[in-house]
Ligand binder design. Structure first.
Ligand code: UD1
Ligand code: MG
Length: 442
């Protein structure tokens, strides 16, 4: 099987510097959803992206898959033809999908491929009943098969009454594909090479062509910011439902924002207003309390995070860890049972098992030029309001006293004071106050 992803359109309605198919949806560039859902087909298909000239960032989003360039945007048929060079020798079915329609599921793609194979169809098309059919091509059925697809602008009045619309997703026999694409002409309202013409072309050559129906929600294309936001809502619903079904608890699911790759084990519980960026996994029984923003972290079992915790990419949090309010982690590892319960910045740090990080601790990881690591061993204790000036190491079982600025390594078992000594003068408070009061009176 092969999947051709058309992504050479301009996407001007997004009014953006970023190519449309790279706009983020559930933590991934839009087109990655299409690629991943296609990749989940079995046998794993060959993926070919069709991109516009110079669209380097779009091509990069397809890596490691093949990419071809459509030299001019002359229509979907022309774009599909550009992919032929990457499909040389391919004989199995070829699915054509759009890079800006990211809600299509693997199951629906599979259903189309299976129906084509069962019917020995040269071309199969996914259709749907649209709430508003106006912008879509219409599927004209005949004798239980699909006769042709007419674009809205080219449709006769009777054809405009047809409610069954073209999703754009097609499955075409790989053997017939070069011939079918080669026969497409651009005699139509838009002077474009319409991929949809392959249906009538195949039919005229005596091949079977079929329509398979699906849900409109899966075929929603994205052209504007508003449609992007609507797709995000739809996808979030889907992701939340899947998490709840898998045994994840959520107090207020509507306020939990997941990424497409968020992996939450059973009995994970999520408080309100939590955002998961890409690359998060959370183990059994862990709790993510309200108002957390976490990204790029593997969290173990029976760990408590939040409320109000921020975790940035490159972090690993082991089992039974506690990370509390206003604690930020970046590229930091916390060992089993470690605690950082309040108000801390732990960047580029390694915190050993069962160590305790006091309130107000800062890993001073940046000197204005480079980033440096703070390495803390097992069972260490860092007193409140300490600055650990990296690179620095604190050994197993060491104790850093509160308010310390630690600039030198602290060996295992050592007690470190990095602060000025306190001076206490008995009975002198009244004298000071009298002096200050007199001065203020002047
Ligand atoms: C297309 C279908 C229409 C269908 C609708 C579903 C055709 C002729 N029409 O119309 O029947 O109902 O989708 O949304 O296929 N693209 C390229 N190169 C091009 C032109 C387009 O790569 O030269 C890509 C676009 O980036 C986009 C996709 O193909 O991902 C669809 O193109 P678009 O212009 O949106 O087609 P529609 O007019 O919406
Ligand atoms: Mg479109």
């Amino acid at each position: 099987m092969a999947v051709v992803v058309l992504a050479a359109g301009a996407g001007t309605r997004m009014k953006s510097r970023i190519p449309k198919v790279l706009h983020s949806l559930a933590g991934w560039p839009m087109v990655r959803h299409v690629i991943e859902n296609a990749c989940a087909l079995r046998p794993a298909p060959r993926i070919v992206g069709v991109v516009a000239p110079g669209a380097k960032s779009v091509a990069a989003a397809f890596a490691p898959h093949a990419v071809v360039v459509q030299d001019k945007p002359l229509g979907t048929g022309h774009a599909a033809r550009a992919a032929l060079s990457a499909l040389a020798g391919h004989r199995g079915p070829v699915l054509v999908v759009f890079g800006d329609a990211p809600l299509i599921t693997t199951a629906t793609l599979r259903r189309l491929v299976a129906a084509c194979s069962r019917a020995r169809a040269a071309v199969g098309v996914l259709g749907f009943e649209a709430a508003d059919p106006a912008p879509y091509g219409r599927l004209i059925l005949r004798d239980g098969g699909l006769e042709k697809i007419v674009e809205s602008r080219d449709a006769a009045p009777a054809e405009k009454q047809v409610k069954l619309c073209n999703s754009g997703v097609m499955c075409i026999s790989g053997e017939l594909l070069p011939g079918l694409l080669g026969a497409i002409r651009n005699r139509n309202a838009k002077r474009e090479f319409y991929l949809t013409d392959v249906v009538a072309i195949a039919r005229a050559a005596g091949h079977r062509t079929i329509a398979v129906t699906g849900e409109e929600a899966e075929f929603q294309g994205i052209n504007s910011r508003e449609e992007l936001a609507a797709a995000e809502r739809a996808l979030q619903q889907r992701l939340r439902r899947a998490a709840l079904d898998a045994g994840v608890g959520m107090q207020d699911p509507e306020t939990v924002w997941l990424a497409a790759d968020t992996r939450l084990a059973a009995d994970v519980s999520i408080g309100p207003c939590v955002r998961f960026g890409p690359g998060v996994s959370v183990g059994v029984g862990s709790e993510i309390r309200a108002f957390c923003d976490i990204e790029g972290v593997r969290i173990g079992r029976d760990t408590i995070v939040g409320p109000f915790t921020r975790i940035r990419p490159g972090s690993v949090v082991a089992d039974r860890v506690h990370i509390g309010n206003f604690v930020e982690l970046k590229a930091t590892r916390m060992g089993r049972g470690a605690k950082a319960n309040h108000l801390a910045y732990l960047g580029d740090s390694d915190i050993g098992e069962a160590s305790n990080i006091g309130a107000g601790t800062i890993a001073v990881n940046y000197d204005g030029y480079g980033k440096h690591r703070t390495i803390i061993g097992r069972d260490a204790f860092v007193g409140s309001n300490s600055s650990l000036v990296a690179p620095v190491r604190i050994g197993n079982g060491a104790n850093v006293t509160a308010g310390s600025v630690i600039t030198e390594d602290v060996p295992a078992g050592a007690l470190a004071f990095g602060r000025a000594r306190q001076v206490t003068k008995k009975g002198r408070a009244g004298e000071l106050r009298a002096r200050l009061k007199a001065r203020a009176g002047k």
